[in-house]
Ligand binder design. Sequence first.
Ligand code: PEP
Ligand code: MG
Length: 565
Amino acid sequence: MTTPSASTSLPPSGTVLLGVPVVPGVQYGPVIRPGRLPVLDDEGSSETAEADRPAEAARFKAAASAVATRLRDRAAHATGAASEVLAATATLAQDRAWLGAAEKRINEGAPAVRAVVGAVEQFADMFTKLGGLMAERVTDLRDIRDRVIAELNGLPEPGVPLPAVPSILCAEDLAPADTAGLDPTLVVALATTLGGPTSHTAIIARQLGIPCVVAVNGLDAVDPGTMVLVDGTRGTIHVSPDSSAAGEAVAAAHRDAELAAQWSGPGATADGHPVAVLANVQDGAAARAARQTPAEGVGLFRTELCFLNRDAEPTVDEQAGIYAEVLDAFDGHKVVVRTLDAGSDKPLKFAGHPDEANPALGVRGIRIAGRNPGILQRQLEAIAAAGQRSGNPPWVMAPMIATAEEAKEFAAQVRSHGLTPGVMIEVPAAALLADRILEHVDFLSIGTNDLAQYTMAADRMSADLATLTDPWQPAVLMLVAMAVRAGAAAGKPVGVCGEAAADPLLACVLTGLGVTSLSAAVAAVQGVGAKLAQVTLQQCRDAADAVLTTATAADARAAALAVLG
Ligand code: PEP
Ligand code: MG
């Protein structure tokens, strides 16, 4: 196995690049890469000669129409909120008002690129002044501007391109907003140069159910169009492999997945010890997809992901509608709604984040409510309204709780809305004092992604530190064990909703530690449930005991494998 040097020359055929495996599965296909944002400044360009202006206007209209058609195609391939966003953007791309303003500028002599920049800024100013919903369209309008300019300049579409054949998306890193409309039948795997096992690229890949490898050394040098084999189980990227061997590897992975697909729930070990297997979702569409699996409920509804593109806070009524969609999808089943975990790598424009040198350690999650209590109050009002509307009152939990005092205040607010309060255990301080926190709340949910980040003092987005943020780190599992023990002593449920619960082997170890539920991305539900059904509670307990005596993540994995197979 060869590992490329730091040079940026193209890796030779057969090279195997190494990364951190985060979503299992194997896929083979051509590389696609997100296009870069176009340069907007063409002030140096000269006026178009009068005779050439009709042709320049036609060139502009063809570019705008190509962009709108592509967005409409993507909307047709996407589902739920993503499809609606893309369809609305396609409509805006054909809006006569800004198209007319750009054409007018072209007819007055501006080259098409300058006309597009000018017309879009004219409307962006107008939308901003109008405020509210109109102001929220400014981002979409600028996105259209970038796409039309790229088309005019013959450059690849900015953002994630729409491939003609199933492809492997390779990038430095991917923001949640970049990937909103990804179609898992066309983007069949993800690989990134940056990111850790709990980065949002990994979370999105799990939600889409596609293999993913992050922190891949040398990936930047692999050009678009190169055929690669992504192995999300081993964490490897084979560059230009033998095509028949690659085809066989993909087929073998599919056979394994088919075995997992036969599991039909409910979550239990082979000897019948129940552990609820739940789903992590981010909107109604994901919840409806989760309902098609044996998932017994929703263990984590990441509400902040509904609002990443919003400039203004959605009204209580609009929020209630969005939350009710998830509750309706799991009518009569447990749904745990998490209040906004805004900040750090998921900033929300309307949350009023301060400028901070170190946002992961700053005003994030429940801490937002300290500066802006109204945001939490209105969200709880909306969650309670959604519960009433759907007849399925949810459990509600706060992210980033660090002290028992914070848990007490949050619980009082949640109870005043007639809802069941809980908190996430993501900060080591909260794991250490879980018994005191449980005096105030009815349940705990362990967020192993942030718990690993804060226990190991290692940024979950850092590729260099990916082995430290591995949820198999024994120090992280010791803290999980503490919180679970506190739950058992208080007779209150303790689940895991971080990515650790999506790793079938680690899910068995967590069961052995005593967790009462495992909440994983929809695509991981079958694999987790199927693995759990193959082992006994005693095996899970033996594996947990063995893991807690190890000193490294690799030894912890090996110890669990030795017991659980
Ligand atoms: C976690 O930290 O484990 C978690 C589930 O929250 P998020 O990944 O959304 O930060
Ligand atoms: Mg978290």
